[in-house]
Design a protein around this ligand. Structure first.
Ligand code: C5P
Length: 220
């Protein structure tokens, strides 16, 4: 396709939080509205891509033309993401819970002595799994929500997670659930910092950059 088009490309997007059950009524989870990931899925479709969106529990409508797979837990998200391969690119926007617990079969009662202790088990890192997969997409993009040393932390994640780009945003302000985002795209070649933009504008610019990268020689 032309450098500004994604026609014929298949792109995997993860979005939203994951919920890790503690018992039938409680869960562990991250704060995430899913807005940025859903906007990215929509922008990729607008450029002609076939998009598989693996979504955690969010209350957002499915953008037109997007194939959506709903999941609850990190392990379900990992299975759905790996099952969506092969893909030309993967954009991992989900705020995955880093830990889960072995859920209780019944509701844990309060007031029956000491509060329960939660034994945390580490969840799979979905981005790192996709970034190191045998069927690795040619372009793997991760996100990083940071509150300090944003760019340095993102650079460390590039190698660790096998990503080509880390889109880092400073969440010390009012990003969560908000309508705008200020991001830095960290690649092996350097850092590209964008001004604060509506999430839809971030999505459009990112989709254009993905289209250019997939049609060119260099992913940086
Ligand atoms: O390590 P950190 O959670 O900051 O990394 C964020 C990036 O890694 C995001 O792209 C997120 O979607 C991805 N991630 C993942 N699976 C995890 C944790 C993070 O895919 N278990």
């Amino acid at each position: 396709p032309a450098p500004q088009s994604l026609t014929g490309r298949h792109i995997l997007v993860t979005a939203g939080p994951t919920h890790e059950p503690i018992d039938p009524v409680r869960f562990l989870g991250n704060r995430s509205s899913g807005k940025q990931g859903f906007a990215i899925a929509e922008a990729l479709v607008a450029l002609g891509a076939r998009v598989t969106l693996v979504a955690g529990p969010v209350s957002l409508p499915t953008p037109a033309g997007v194939s959506r797979i709903d999941v609850q837990t990190a392990r379900e998200m990992a299975a759905a993401a790996e099952g969506a391969l092969p893909a030309d690119a993967a954009v991992m926007v989900a705020a995955v819970a880093d830990w889960r617990v072995e859920p209780a079969a019944g509701k844990i009662k309060k007031g029956a002595g000491a509060p329960p202790a939660l034994a945390l088990v580490e969840n799979p890192d979905i981005l790192a799994t996709i970034g190191h997969a045998a069927r690795r997409p040619r372009l793997v993009v991760g996100f990083a929500a940071e509150t300090d040393t944003v760019v340095e932390n993102a650079r460390a994640k590039l190698a660790r997670k096998g990503a080509d780009w880390i889109v880092a945003n400073d969440v010390s302000g009012d990003v969560m659930g908000g309508e705008t985002n200020a991001i830095h795209i960290v690649t092996a070649a350097g850092v590209d910092s964008w001004p604060q933009l509506p999430k839809a504008a971030v999505a459009t610019r990112l989709a254009e950059r993905i289209a250019a990268a997939l049609s060119g020689e260099s992913l940086a």
